[in-house]
Design a protein. Structure first.
Lengths: 534, 308
């Protein structure tokens, strides 16, 4: 009898504790989003990850925002004009803009925020995104001590003018980046690094910060002072930092999340079949590739060897049979989405069948001075992730089978790999990837200019540099795209890298979540989302 | 007693000093720095970052600066949670880990002692074997298997309890599964320890004397045998409690709990020098403190210790 009573009591307690919360809990419309990792900062100047950016996209609003195809739309600015030489941009702010505390938001606020990012004292790791602005580079370098000489001015409270040192056709899209979002001077000066904490943070986006418990959640509430508040249909957005896609999937299935950040790679294939309309995908402005260290043997001055290795990688097989996470086989460095004006280039041999490629590769391999008696021994460096390992093993076996190359895999923890890639001392072939910062081909091509900080292969080709420089001075969109396309072709024909995949973002969203559309650059705005009663 | 405690206390200072120095050196000697995200494009930007965090100074002056800040109770700014100081992060995370850990320890103690005593009293009978099997399973099945199973059963399938998260920090329902997951292995250890020490205690002459004096069984068990049987459990409790309240990396990760356990791994992977050093030093202090408490408890429980 006491046993039965205990079971009954337990049942009552459990029933009492049962979750029962949903997106419509307590009459409030709540959007609950998985957000991968804890944001390193909510300060637009000092953050650099996508997951911090997603929260900032809701908290702040820059002059422009991006639509689902990466096209700029008016944000805090209602309109703009560009001078004939492409060097001066004038923005007109919407009338009656205000901060979440009700104080007016003016062009001066943008001027302050822009200067703050380039000010060396702020130590923003993304300050380089301003380098097209007059004097930006010199201020970051410390050659100009006064950040107020940055090429931006408030003509009147509603007019902001930007002065560039070179035409930048992608400037508008770039302005949607978090680095160009306004922060309130009085609060930054009063609270210092803590100005982003709840209670201190004043923002201008569709939502305001209500709670931030590190490693637990960030809660945003609708900002009634937002200019378009009438069209915001959500009362609260909650971001959960859940690092493991498996835990995230569990919480989604338990009904505790409306949108996930990702899906576990191992389950992508089965979810694609079973999750129906909840399974969603978004091709990203991202490229993965294998880099060759061009500064050391065996790859220095040996394009034939590099091309042979690149050609023997069966990308279709890797994407469709091995990874099965929707990745697109890549034959160029600029992804096929993201930059509407640009036609992505492919290596010249992309049209050959895999068998033809292998046959050609064997000839190149022999011409490079290698063969059965003298096989290439090479180290392939990769990160510790399960998928990276799978791909690397497959590639090593493709090289072995087709050419007889002996590959040893060197697994390195991410930061160690990054450091080694930059130093170019121990690397031979290495896994690398890049996510575009703004929807323009140069966000990828600039990496490979001589001496660029992220030029991990150490590619140095004066012709390539000249084409990029020429494009930088060209105002005509079509002509500029053509020059950049030529540069990409050159990079690919030199086989400085072996492109592998373009990543596709996979995630789950409940059927009642409507209008959630991340764009290729990864910007998402909760403001557009509606949640149907359910 | 007091002199022993003072000796232990001052003896801990060099230990902590060595911990601080080793942590500092090992972190700096690892390749890669806090700002190697694979995205920092311009060398000037990198230089500004290093300067802002004093990482451009010689290692020794960085070390002195760190010791100086530490002496003032300042763990420095976190590199990965830039909007919070390390002190703030520990202050926010520790109460969560503490609450979780103490609840789990209390649960482990009550259930573990109960099972152990039960097993000892029913020695070699089927019910005793059941206790042993349960204890073995609890020890063998690691948290990273047990925690997801609990989540799947009670969160995803039955929908009785949340599958993860911490709610607003005041909801009981979010705490049940993590506490159980954290307590299970400890229940097993305590059950095994207390079972064998209880069996040993029951065979001691003073127990026979107590029975001979005609004391009732319950009194003999709880006043005399338990006191002797609990000693090995107490020495286990010190480090176990310290470990459990400074956060379980696995359980906090699986249930997305905002404790400080996760910082050990995350901070090291991100080369968050100050956060790693902060949690290690903090953890060191807690271990030293709990070993002290255990020494005191031992003295109270076992007269032989204080007489020595």
């Amino acid at each position: 009898m006491p046993m039965k009573r205990a079971v009954l009591a337990m049942g009552v307690i459990l029933a009492f504790l049962s979750v029962g919360s949903s997106s419509y809990a307590g009459g409030e419309v709540v959007l609950r989003r998985g957000n991968a990792a804890e944001p390193e900062s909510l300060d637009p100047a000092r953050s650099d990850t996508v997951n911090a950016g997603r929260i900032q996209d809701d908290l702040f609003e820059g002059l422009v925002v991006l639509d689902p195809e990466d096209r700029p739309l008016p944000g805090a600015a209602e309109s703009w004009t560009v001078s004939a030489d492409g060097l001066t941009y004038s923005f007109t702010l919407r009338a009656g803009l205000s901060w979440s505390d009700g104080s007016p938001l003016t062009a001066e606020d943008f001027v302050y925020s822009f200067r703050r990012v380039v000010d060396p004292a702020t130590a923003s790791s993304y300050a380089y995104i301003f380098f097209a602005f007059q004097n930006a580079e010199e201020i970051v370098q410390g050659k100009i001590k006064d950040p107020s000489r940055l090429g931006v001015e408030a003509v009147d409270p509603r007019t902001l003018r930007i002065h560039l040192k070179r035409p930048t056709p992608y400037l508008l899209a770039e302005l949607a980046h978090a680095k160009f979002m306004p922060v309130k001077k009085a609060n930054v000066e009063k609270f210092g690094a803590a100005f982003t904490q709840p209670g201190n943070l004043v923002s201008n986006g569709a939502f305001i910060l209500e709670e931030w418990t590190p490693q637990a959640r960030v809660v945003l509430a609708k900002n009634p002072k937002y200019w378009d508040a009438a069209n915001v249909h959500i009362d609260k957005v909650i971001f959960y930092p859940i690092t493991s896609p498996n835990e995230e999937l569990n919480r989604y299935r338990a009904g505790e999340l409306d949108i996930t950040y990702a899906v576990p790679n191992a389950q992508a294939e089965s979810l694609r079949k079973t999750a129906g309309e909840e399974f969603r995908s978004n091709v990203q402005f991202e490229s993965s590739y294998l880099g060759f260290n061009l500064t050391k043997p065996p790859f220095a001055g040996n394009p034939k060897l590099r091309q042979a290795l690149s050609m023997t990688i069966d990308r279709e097989m890797l994407a469709e049979k091995l990874l099965k996470v929707g990745s697109i086989p890549a034959y160029g460095i600029v992804p096929p989405v993201g930059d509407p004006a640009y036609k992505a280039q492919r290596v010249s041999w992309a049209s050959l069948s895999q068998a033809e490629r292998v046959a050609k590769a064997k000839i190149l391999y022999a011409e490079a001075g290698y063969g059965p008696d003298h096989p290439l021994s090479v180290e392939l460096r990769l990160t510790t992730s399960e998928d990276a390992r799978k791909v690397a093993i497959a590639i090593a076996s493709m090289w072995q089978t087709a050419l007889g190359v002996k590959t040893s895999l060197v697994t390195e923890e991410f930061k160690m790999l990054v450091a080694h890639r930059h130093e170019k001392q121990v690397t031979q072939v290495f896994a690398d990837a890049w996510v575009g910062d703004y929807p323009d081909a140069t966000t990828f091509l600039d990496l490979f200019t001589t001496g660029s900080g992220e030029n991990d292969p150490g590619y140095a080709n004066p012709k390539f540099d000249a084409l990029i420089a020429e494009a930088g001075k060209t105002l005509d969109t079509a002509r500029r795209a053509e020059l950049l396309q030529q540069a990409e072709t050159l990079l690919l024909e030199d086989a400085a890298i072996a492109p592998t995949f373009n990543h596709v973002e996979l995630f789950l969203a409940k059927p009642y979540v409507k209008n959630y559309r991340p764009n290729p650059c990864g910007y998402t705005y909760s403001k557009a989302v509606t949640i149907l009663p359910h | 007693m007091l002199s022993i405690l003072l000796k232990r206390f001052f003896g801990a200072i060099p230990t902590l000093f060595v911990i601080i120095t080793l942590t500092f050196l090992m972190m700096r000697l690892t390749p890669g720095g806090p700002f190697d995200t694979g995205r920092v494009v311009s060398p000037e930007v990198q230089a500004n970052l290093m300067r802002a965090y004093h990482l451009d100074e010689p290692l020794f002056s960085q070390y002195l600066r760190y010791l100086g800040d530490l002496a003032r109770g300042d763990f420095g700014p976190s590199f990965t949670s830039k909007d919070f100081s390390v002190t703030q992060l520990i202050r926010q995370g520790f109460p969560v880990s503490l609450q979780l850990g103490l609840s789990a320890m209390a649960m482990a103690l009550v259930v573990g002692l109960g099972l152990g005593t039960f097993g000892a009293l029913h020695r070699n009978r089927p019910s005793d074997h059941a206790v042993i099997v349960f204890a073995m399973v609890g020890i063998i099945v690691p948290s990273f298997v047990m925690a997801p199973i609990l989540t799947l059963v009670f969160g995803v399938t039955l929908h009785w309890l949340p599958a993860g998260g911490w709610g607003d920090g005041h909801q009981l329902s979010y705490k049940i599964l993590p506490v159980v997951a954290l307590a299970l292995p400890r229940i097993s250890s305590i059950a095994r320890l207390s079972r064998s020490s209880m069996i040993e205690a029951l065979e001691q002459p003073f127990i026979r004397t107590a029975y001979a004096k005609g004391l009732p069984r319950r009194l003999v068990l709880f006043r005399h045998a338990m006191r002797a049987a609990i000693l090995p459990v107490v020495s286990y409790l010190g480090p176990a409690t310290a470990g459990i309240i400074t956060g379980s990396i696995v359980v906090e990760q699986v249930f997305s709990i905002p404790g400080i356990g996760r910082y050990f791994v995350d901070a090291a992977l991100n080369r968050d020098y100050t956060l790693v050093a902060g949690v290690v030093v903090f953890y060191g202090c807690i271990i030293v403190l709990f070993n002290l408490i255990v020494d005191i408890l031992y003295g109270v429980l076992d007269p032989r210790v204080s007489r020595r």
